[in-house]
Design a protein around this ligand. Structure first.
Ligand SMILES: [Zn+2]
Length: 381
């Protein structure tokens, strides 16, 4: 293991160089032309660095995802990354790639181009150091994670179901770079209320207000929140009505739902989906779902975390921490199918924020941690 650490420590500058290249190539999820370019670049880079092979996985709405593979064996280990970002084209003008005080700033550095760099170097280290695994490593690089992985989800799940373990390279949490061993499930619901319009001054009795109904429903939905159990139901956006003197015919709301446990998911989902109008003259339509189930800290996840923390302590000299988060990731999908460790990516701060950055000196360490995990897991045990 020491040779892996040494190998990667010597590659810090190359890692920063590649990170810079990736950040300068903007890749917002919503722009398939740009993400496709990024996917092509990364697949070629993968072949160049590891000698492995790749296939593209078509996506109906977005650009192709990349399934890259290295090594041989019946069993496999899965690494999950995404190369799309939340930043629109042109963000670099206000938020350039910059190195300052040992940190690399710029759109996508932390979430999660740094993680991709670390994964590529980790596999390259295994190859260059002749670490022959008994398992193949599959690296999924997807183009739509920031949109909830609508077109990559199924492919990720198929790979996860075939894998002995899954490593997700989402950013770590907090300044100590804690791994994420629990994540909330996440859902979105859109509510449309159809009332009956009428003149508010002349014949108010003939109307049925969609806005009044929505007001009732907002209270109902908000009351489903149970902070002690980690459940939140947030009516985050509303609109409705056409004029101040018209009893509103239409009103809409968009609701964000998060649950920490399957039990809470089972409680809250029917209460939302079977929402009933207060006013009989009003119709309510509801659309949506919990698209990422909760990732609960299972015994398998605990065992995987223990393994990682032992490696960090023995070979990298730091104490690995773990935390839970309210944000979802592809780990929410994979954890139900295979032991999953998330937050193995960059150490830094500011995902989806103007001050997004990663800590450069952590890149070789986290890359080494991944390489060692792959090595331990991959040599038949
Ligand atoms: Zn991410």
């Amino acid at each position: 293991m020491d040779d892996i650490v040494r190998y990667l420590q010597q590659r810090e500058d190359e890692m920063v160089e590649l990170l810079k290249e990736l950040v300068l190539m903007e890749s917002p999820s919503s722009d398939p032309k740009l993400t496709e370019k990024m996917g092509c670049f990364l697949s070629e880079k993968f072949v160049e660095m590891t000698g492995g092979a790749f296939t593209t996985v078509a996506s109906d709405e977005y650009s192709p995802h990349i399934r890259a593979e290295w090594g041989e064996g019946e069993a496999q280990l899965l690494i999950v990354t995404h190369f799309d970002t939340v930043w629109p084209e042109g963000t670099l003008e206000d938020m350039p790639f910059e190195i300052n005080d040992g940190k690399a700033y710029g759109p996508g550095t932390f979430d999660m181009k740094g993680g991709i760099v670390q994964a590529l170097f980790a596999i390259q280290a295994l190859k260059d150091l002749d670490k022959l695994l008994d398992k193949r490593i599959v690296l999924m690089m997807t183009s739509d994670e920031e949109l909830g992985s609508p077109t990559s989800k199924d492919h990720i799940m198929v790979e996860a179901a075939q894998s002995d373990a899954v490593f997700v390279l989402e950013p770590s949490q907090g300044e100590n770079g804690a791994l994420k061993t629990a994540r909330k499930g996440v859902g979105t619901y859109e509510i449309s209320i159809h009332g009956v319009s009428s003149h508010a001054g002349i014949e108010p009795e003939k109307g049925a207000s969609a806005i009044e109904e929505l007001a009732e429903q907002i209270t109902y939905l908000s009351n489903l929140t149970d902070l002690d159990k980690g459940t939140t139901v947030n009516v985050g956006m509303i609109d409705g009505g056409s004029s101040k003197n018209v009893i509103a015919e239409e009103a809409h709301a968009v609701v964000d739902v998060r649950v920490q446990t399957q039990e809470e998911m089972d409680r809250v989902v029917p209460l939302i989906e079977q929402i009933k109008p207060h006013d009989e003259e009003v119709d309510i339509e509801i659309e949506g779902e919990i698209y990422r189930p909760p990732l609960e800290r299972s015994d398998e996840i605990e065992a995987l975390f223990e393994r990682a923390s032992r490696l960090a302590e023995d070979y990298l000299g730091f104490r690995l921490e773990e935390e839970s988060t309210g944000g979802g990731s592809d780990a929410n999908f994979t954890a139900t199918l295979s032991p999953t460790l998330d937050g193995l990516g960059a150490v830094g701060d500011g995902a989806h924020a103007q001050h997004e950055h990663l800590v450069i000196s952590e890149m070789p360490k986290r890359s080494a941690l991944l390489a060692m995990l792959l090595c331990e897991y991959g040599i038949n045990s």
